[in-house]
Design a binder for this molecule. Structure first.
Ligand code: SAM
Length: 243
């Protein structure tokens, strides 16, 4: 595919995003480390800390891809708890499952291929839902947030870890240039696929900023929504509770 993401009509976005993640799945983990210089590990660790996950709980790692968060949650919730690793993309889910099995994770993890916009779970199922670097790829984000709220238990929390808007305008310029030059170049070098990483840069630029996402989460019915900027707002962690 040689069409830029900007020119993709809404109804084709899902198909395009699917192709992107089928293409990058095998090299996904190494690319994350290279592009973020390892910092994505800190963002994820912070998300786990803020999740308040405890032994025995049910957790949904949505758009969970290669399962970094699932791995950590699996240890925390233990034998009495459960983690569902869910993703719309079979290639990402397969890489995730292989990685988790290789690392000896089995008992309390389930794998479910699903679209975040229409989750195949009963109402009030999960104590906590995380969606890390996933919401940006979803076509109808509001619908997805509503679907997540529906499957949360009352008192449960949604954690959205996602690229956001750097708070310093000078830094934002440097970062924007980095995204559109270094990311496609790294993509070309490592995966011979610069197009997918241009998509990444464009999807980051177009994603709702901190306040907009906070508003969307409120609109989806979540309570006490707040956010924390990480790395100067390159990334933000939003959190909201179901009544
Ligand atoms: N959460 C993992 C992480 O932080 O490393 C993976 C993030 S990866 C950048 C984004 C993931 O979102 C991909 O695995 C992709 O397949 C998934 N995705 C895209 N659209 C989705 C949708 N509508 N529903 C569920 N997952 C989706």
């Amino acid at each position: 595919t040689h069409f830029g993401f900007k020119n993709v009509p809404v109804e084709q976005k899902q198909k395009y995003v699917g192709e992107v993640f089928h293409s990058v799945a095998a090299k996904y983990d190494i690319m994350n480390d290279l592009m973020s210089m390892g910092i994505h590990r800190l963002w994820k660790r912070y998300t786990i800390e803020m999740s308040g996950a405890r032994p025995g709980q049910s957790i949904l790692d949505l758009a969970g891809g290669t399962g970094d968060l699932t791995m950590k949650f699996s240890r925390i919730v233990g034998d009495e708890g459960q983690v569902v690793l869910s993703d719309i993309n079979s290639s990402m889910l397969n890489v995730g499952r292989d990685k988790l099995l290789d690392h000896g994770y089995a008992g309390n993890i389930e794998y479910v291929q699903a679209n975040a916009e229409c989750l195949p779970f009963a109402d009030n199922t999960f104590d906590c839902i995380t969606i890390a670097f996933g919401l940006r790829n979803v076509t109808d984000k509001q619908k997805a947030l509503e679907s997540m709220t529906r499957v949360l238990k009352p008192g449960g929390r949604l954690m959205v870890l996602e690229f956001s808007k750097p708070t310093n305008p000078g830094f934002e310029k440097v970062y924007d240039r980095y995204s559109f030059s270094v990311l496609p170049m790294l993509g070309k070098l490592v995966t011979n696929d610069s197009e997918s990483y241009r998509y990444l840069a464009e999807s980051i630029r177009m994603h709702p900023d901190q306040k907009t996402l906070k508003h969307m989460m409120r609109k989806a019915g979540l309570d006490r929504v707040d956010y924390h900027n990480l790395t100067g707002g390159v990334v933000a962690l939003h959190r909201g509770f179901k009544y």
